[in-house]
Design a protein around this ligand. Structure first.
Ligand SMILES: [Fe+2]
Length: 161
């Protein structure tokens, strides 16, 4: 059966979410490696692993919908050029702005999965809706965690030599 326009657009949104998570995993890894605080590094690594799990579930969803890796890679190449900030290009490793970019990225993920879950619900893809709700919860928690480091960011901005 041919995919409906709605399903094709859902696939495109899943591919976009997959590309976003791939870039974010790379950025979280870089930020964790350069984190001067061990507790911050643990938080970043834990969320990196959560994000990798979400990306695996997105891949499984795309396979279920009949989409292979090569198409995702092609689309990712386009997105990589378009993504800026935290998920696109980290500033120098020690920059406190990376923590702000982390917060912004979490909200980009939040919006992405909040929309995906609604679209999947409308189209009757319950598993995709559930994975999107799970992702929304994880990224909301991470956004709150990122905000919890703002005082630390200010210390780096104001007090660091
Ligand atoms: Fe996240």
């Amino acid at each position: 059966m041919a995919a409906t326009t709605g399903t094709k657009r859902l696939v495109a949104a899943l591919e976009d979410a997959h590309a976003l998570e791939t870039r974010t995993i790379e950025a979280l890894t870089s930020l964790a490696e350069s984190a001067p605080d061990a507790k911050l590094r643990d938080v970043l690594e834990q969320h990196r692993d959560e994000t990798a799990e979400i990306r695996s579930r997105l891949e499984a969803a795309l396979v279920t919908l009949g989409h292979g890796t090569s198409m995702r890679k092609e689309r990712q190449a386009v997105l990589t050029a378009a993504l800026k900030g935290f998920a696109g290009s980290l500033r120098d490793d020690a920059s406190p702005h990376n923590l702000k970019d982390w917060y912004v990225t979490e909200h980009s993920e939040l919006a992405t999965f909040a929309i995906l879950s609604r679209a999947a619900d409308r189209l009757g893809y319950r598993d995709i809706a559930q994975l999107s709700r799970d992702a929304t919860t994880l990224h909301r928690n991470a956004a709150e965690a990122a905000a919890g480091w703002f005082d630390y960011l200010v210390e780096l901005m104001v007090d660091a030599p």
